[in-house]
Design a protein around this ligand. Structure first.
Ligand code: NAP
Length: 259
């Protein structure tokens, strides 16, 4: 399928590894030039070099913590005039409801709600002016099927979801779409660290911990970053202009629900 976005320019945050990298690669494969961000310069530069070599697109890098206001300034400066925005950053730590104080909530809200809001606020006006734009926020399956120990994530991402629900309807008349992608378990470093946590807690091997978690998914496996990126590129394509304000689950059927 021709996605119709060759020559456009995208900012992909949290893009040196994992789901963000999957999105960056799928956009690059569609001919989109990239600005990519992550905190660790070395991994980011390595990823940029690999994407340039494989897809022949331009890749600019911004090594910073996108959840800080200084980091956001750097990313927004580098990404002026982008046609496509993919927001992403690490998720907050797990715990019990009684573990967290106001500062923990403010940190989670900054990272997983207010950072995407700040990026959209800064970069959507140029999209609106051009009459074309695409925003995809990487959130989590926990938005629809909350995970008890991820209370900080459940809370912050619910806030972002509410913002997108209204805002997507306000920008759609100008050719700009905003949608959220909700990953279930995917084969990334984060999944490995969660498997390791289960392994330590239950005294089983990491492979057994993974097998145990895979058994809870109807597809009986973790998702791949390539599958995730393909959906992102489609949502950012010409073909997806009528998809507005949606929360798209990619979870192998793990959440047992109709919508
Ligand atoms: P990952 O493999 O750990 O990759 C995270 C990427 O984001 C890396 O490139 C990382 O590079 C970058 N990053 C992290 N924090 C950042 C920050 N503050 N500023 C800029 N870049 C940052 O994680 P992932 O599995 O792709 O997960 C991505 C998001 O999806 C997370 O919010 C996660 O909670 C959510 N999610 C993942 C899964 C899953 O199964 N993988 C499931 C549900 C939800 P640096 O460390 O160098 O910054």
């Amino acid at each position: 399928m021709e996605l119709g976005i060759s020559g456009k320019r995208a900012l992909v945050c949290g893009a040196s590894k994992g789901l963000g990298r999957g999105c960056a690669e799928a956009l690059a494969e569609a001919g989109v030039n990239l600005v990519i961000n992550a905190r660790t310069a070395e991994t980011l530069e390595q990823t940029a070099a690999e994407i340039r070599a494989k897809y022949g697109v331009t890749v600019e890098t911004v090594a910073c913590d996108v959840t800080t206001s200084e980091g956001q300034k750097q990313v927004i400066n580098a990404a002026q005039g982008v046609d496509i925005l993919v927001t992403n950053a690490g998720g907050p730590p797990p715990g019990m409801w009684s573990d967290w104080n106001r500062d923990d909530f403010i940190k989670a809200l900054d990272a997983n709600m207010l950072t995407p809001v700040a990026l959209m606020t800064a970069l959507m006006p140029a999209m609106i002016e051009k009459g074309w734009g695409r925003v995809v926020n990487i959130t989590s399956q926990s938005v629809k099927a909350p995970i008890p120990q991820l209370g900080l994530s459940n809370s912050a991402r619910a806030g972002l979801t509410g913002f997108v629900a209204g805002t997507s309807r306000q920008v759609a008349p100008f050719g700009v779409t905003i949608n959220n992608m909700l990953p279930g378990l995917h084969d990334t470093d984060r999944a490995l660290s969660l498997d390791t946590g289960v392994s330590n807690a239950e005294g089983i091997t990491v492979a057994d911990a993974r097998a145990k978690r895979e058994a809870t998914i109807p597809a009986r496996r973790y998702g791949t970053t390539t599958e995730f990126g393909a959906m992102c590129a489609f949502l950012c394509s010409e073909k997806a202009g009528f998809i507005v304000g949606q929360n798209i689950m990619l979870d192998g059927g793990a959440a047992n629900m109709t919508m």
